[in-house]
Design a binder for this molecule. Sequence first.
Ligand SMILES: [Zn+2]
Length: 76
Amino acid sequence: MKKRKITLILCVIAVALAVLLVAQASAGRLVVAVSPSGKCFHKPSCRTLKGSWTLVDKDDAIKQGYRPCKICKPDE
Ligand SMILES: [Zn+2]
């Protein structure tokens, strides 16, 4: 009976750790919107975004040469 309890506790800890890892991986990542014709990246809610735009990782947008929009300030 005691052994079973320990196994159960270990299972709970393993699940909690897995959830924590997933949460950490998705935290630090910011998704921004870029339009193919523009040179800036925006928050998806930015009022200057018109026409078609795609969501990309902020780090990828910077690597591709996009700059943060001065109106919606996606960097803050
Ligand atoms: Zn913007």
